[in-house]
Design a protein around this ligand. Structure first.
Ligand code: GRF
Length: 194
């Protein structure tokens, strides 16, 4: 099953998926393409090092979100992509894209949804002073960070945690959880009934 991973930045989750694939932990899943909106993203270097084809599409070059997404869809079709995995991709997908890949788009969020939606999930939880936060893998729907939950794992915020140590703990859990969820999808164990 061909998988496209969408990234914008560091790409540590992409790396975890690449490593899982190498260790044959994604079943029949294969990362066939990495899509990125930032030409300087470190994630692109990770993809190149792993020999995975990349598609860089910059937002500024397109008049609308849908036009941008159509360009990507064209390539996904060409590459027979059956699963889209968002891993720190900082653009919101259009309704057109979400419909086109309905129930075939996963996202990872660094908090226990529905708590702390948005781009600052770790920081918001830390600043709110909660004792428990965590990681969520979910299906993507049109509404941001709101699709059906697939897997969640809790992370305790200890008294001596700083934002930095919390980030490290969250990322460690992400790197374990995301490959697990992708494998479940590839194995046909996930059915979005909503
Ligand atoms: C992760 O914390 C993920 O939960 C969020 O964006 C971050 C991406 O990090 N959606 P990386 O680029 O995979 O290192």
């Amino acid at each position: 099953m061909n998988i496209a991973v969408f990234v914008s930045g560091n790409g540590s989750n992409l790396q975890a998926l690449i490593d899982a694939g190498r260790a044959e932990k994604l079943s029949a899943g294969k990362i066939a393409l990495v899509v990125c909106d930032q030409p300087e993203a470190f994630a692109l270097r990770r993809a190149q090092k792993a020999g995975i084809p990349t598609l860089v599409v910059e937002g500024n070059d397109y008049a609308s979100r849908e036009e941008y997404d159509r360009r990507i869809i064209q390539r996904l079709r060409q590459d027979n992509v059956e699963l889209v995995v968002l891993a720190g991709f900082m653009r919101i997908l259009s309704g057109h894209f979400v419909n086109e890949y309905k129930d075939k788009i996963l996202n990872i969020h660094p908090a226990l949804l529905p708590d702390f939606k948005g781009a600052r999930g770790i920081k918001d939880a830390y600043e709110a002073g909660v004792e428990i936060t965590g990681v969520t893998v979910h299906f993507v729907t049109e509404e941001l960070d709101s699709g059906p939950v697939i897997l969640q794992e809790r992370v305790r915020i200890e008294k001596d945690d700083t934002i930095k140590t919390l980030e490290e703990k969250i990322h460690k859990v992400e790197h374990k959880l995301y490959p697990e969820a992708v494998k479940m999808f590839v194995d046909g164990e996930l059915v979005n009934s909503e």
